[in-house]
Design a protein. Structure first.
Length: 243
């Protein structure tokens, strides 16, 4: 990669430095994500953000949670980078493994076309229904807890007492907000909530839902040019609304 290279993929065009793409640890983690799903989504900057957030969280006490796993690109990349078997933590992996549960779509989700996109993602095979093959991808790691079914119904199965990292990637709003609400009190100070779709084009219902959640905690979400949103839990959260 030359220093003049332009990053231009995944909805982001930038001349800014993206040397992370030639970092050996990044490349190894990213390649593990590609192995998990069998293709390259070309979302390097999003994965860079996810790896950064997970590494930060690895300095804190607590387990990791991913809501929306599918074939496991992001979680596999994180577990590879962090040498998960040496972490002594649990990674809770939650998914229906049947795509979006349409019972839990808000009017705003429906307005932005979540139903059509869900059906397309199922028909194209982007969403997997094959839980066993996903589990095989993760077989090299212990400290994994599978929670199969619909969020919010499955949230009580997250029995972690402390949580350092949450990745929300459900492609719909109500279950993401429900997960954030349910897990928040157990997220440790400095703990990270990374929202994959927060600012992404076509997913505004999730931004609206998570903004309301953050406001209720007196916080604001950082909108990243990757389309992701980032929230770090401060040491002492005031309940003051920022509205
Ligand atoms: C974009 S995919 C996740 C991609 C994954 N994070 C990765 O890195 O490859 C979204 C996933 O959310 C799941 N999902 C959507 N709504 C859900 C719900 N209410 N409960 C559980 N899983 C859900 C879908 O089945 C799908 O696998």
């Amino acid at each position: 990669m030359s220093m003049d290279d332009i990053y231009d993929q995944d909805g982001l065009r930038s001349v800014h430095n993206h040397e992370f793409m030639v970092d050996a640890d990044f490349q190894r983690a990213y390649a593990r994500g590609v192995t998990a799903v069998g293709t390259d989504y070309r979302w390097h900057w999003r994965v860079h953000t996810g790896l950064w957030a997970a590494t930060l969280a690895s300095h804190l006490p607590g387990d990791f949670v991913e809501c929306g796993v599918n074939k496991g690109f992001m979680s596999s990349a994180i577990m590879e980078l962090l040498d998960w078997n040496s972490q002594g933590r649990v990674f809770y992996l939650l998914d229906t493994f049947q795509g979006v549960d349409e019972r839990y779509l808000s009017p705003a989700d429906r307005d932005v076309g979540v139903i059509d996109r869900n059906r397309r993602d199922i028909d194209s095979g982007f969403y997997t229904f094959d839980v066993e093959s996903v589990k095989r991808n993760f077989a090299q790691w212990h400290g994994v807890k599978w929670i199969v079914g619909s969020i919010p119904e499955t949230l009580p199965q997250v029995d972690a007492s402390e949580i350092a990292f949450v990745h929300l990637d459900l492609n719909c709003s109500l279950p993401e907000v429900a997960a954030a609400e349910y897990l928040w009190d157990r997220v440790v100070s400095g703990g990270v909530i990374l929202m994959d779709d927060y600012g992404y084009i076509g997913y505004r219902s999730q931004k609206l839902g998570m903004d309301q959640f953050a406001r209720s905690k007196g916080l604001q979400i950082l909108s990243l040019p990757t389309g992701q949103g980032l929230l770090i839990k401060p040491a002492a959260v005031t309940r003051r609304s920022v509205e």
